[in-house]
Design a protein around this ligand. Structure first.
Ligand SMILES: C[S@@+](CC[C@H](N)C(=O)[O-])C[C@H]1O[C@@H](n2cnc3c(N)ncnc32)[C@H](O)[C@@H]1O
Length: 244
C-alpha cells in the first residue's frame, strides 16, 4: 500500500463514488460538467477511483505544490518504472535525502520509505522489504493518467482560478492542525483565509463549477455555504459540497 501523509488511501473510493453519484443526479436535471480537477493531488487516491467512474467524456487536470511529487507522477505517466527503486537501504535513503534538487526518484522514496509517508521528515522506514507493490500501484495510476490524457502541473492551487464547467475536488492540508507538508524549500505554507476566498470565487454561479472539499471542520462564517455529503463511520473524515 502506498503511503502519504494525510492521504485518502482508505477512503478514496468512497469519496469518488459520492462525487460521481451527485454528478449523475445533476445530469438528470441537465446540469453538466466537462472537466475534473484535483489541485491537491498527493498520492492520487481519489483521482485513481474517479477516472474509471467518470470515463473519457471528461478532461482531467491535476496538480500539487510539491515539485518532487509531481516529477514522480510525470515519470509514472510516461511509464518510466526505472525511476523507482525496489530496494532502498539506509544509504540510498540518506543520499537522496541530502540531494538538493528534487527528482522523480527522490519524490517516490521520500514518501514511500519515510515513516508515516512524511517526506524525509519521518526517519527511514524499512519495515517493507521492497517497494515492488508500491511501484506497481504508482505505475497503474500513471497508466490511468496516460490513458485519460490527464494534465499534470506542479503549481499552487490558485493556478486553477480560470476553471469553468468543472468538478473540483479539494483536499488541502487540514485547517487547525499542524501543516506537515514540506519539500526541498521547507514547509509548504498555507493561508486558509486566502483559500476560502478562492473557494468563494470559484463557486460563483457564472463559473458553473461544482466544488467538493475534504476537511474536518468549516470556518463559522462559511457554515451556511456548505453541505455535508459524506462522512466516515467515526464522523471524523468529512466531504463537503460548496453551495454556490
Ligand atoms: C491532504 S494532502 C492530499 C492527499 C491526497 N488527496 C491523497 O489522497 O493522497 C494535501 C496536498 O496539498 C499539497 N499542497 C499544500 N499546499 C498547496 C498549495 N498551496 N497548492 C497546491 N498544493 C498544495 C501538499 O503537497 C499535499 O500533497
Amino acid at each position: 500500500m502506498v503511503k502519504y501523509i494525510s492521504g485518502k488511501y482508505k477512503i478514496g473510493d468512497q469519496i469518488a463514488s459520492t462525487i460521481f453519484n451527485i454528478i449523475e443526479d445533476l445530469k438528470n436535471q441537465n446540469i453538466r460538467f466537462n472537466n475534473y480537477c484535483e489541485p491537491f493531488l498527493g498520492m492520487a487516491s481519489v483521482l485513481k477511483n474517479i477516472i474509471p467512474l467518470l470515463g473519457d467524456k471528461y478532461t482531467y487536470c491535476v496538480g500539487d505544490a510539491h515539485e518532487a511529487l509531481m516529477m514522480m507522477w510525470q515519470d509514472a505517466k510516461k511509464g518510466k518504472r526505472k525511476s523507482f527503486p525496489e530496494y532502498v537501504d539506509r544509504n540510498l535513503y540518506e543520499e537522496l535525502k541530502s540531494q538538493e534538487r528534487p527528482s522523480a526518484t527522490k519524490g517516490f522514496v521520500g514518501f514511500q520509505n519515510s515513516f508515516r509517508g512524511s517526506y524525509f521528515v519521518g526517519a527511514y522506514f524499512d519495515q517493507t522489504p521492497n517497494n515492488r507493490n508500491k511501484i506497481d500501484e504508482v505505475m497503474e495510476i500513471g497508466r490511468l493518467m496516460n490513458n485519460s490524457d490527464t494534465k499534470l502541473s506542479n503549481c499552487d492551487y490558485s493556478n486553477y482560478s480560470n476553471l469553468k464547467n468543472s468538478i473540483i475536488y479539494l483536499d488541502p492540508p487540514y485547517g487547525g492542525v499542524h501543516n506537515e507538508f514540506s519539500d526541498e524549500n521547507g514547509h509548504i505554507k498555507f493561508d486558509y483565509k486566502i483559500f476560502w476566498n478562492w473557494i468563494k470565487n470559484m463557486s460563483r454561479i457564472s463559473k458553473n463549477n461544482i466544488i467538493f472539499l475534504s476537511e474536518y471542520n468549516v470556518p463559522e462564517e462559511y457554515i451556511n455555504k456548505v453541505s455535508l455529503v459524506w462522512e466516515d463511520s467515526k464522523g471524523k473524515e468529512k466531504l463537503f459540497m460548496i453551495i454556490p
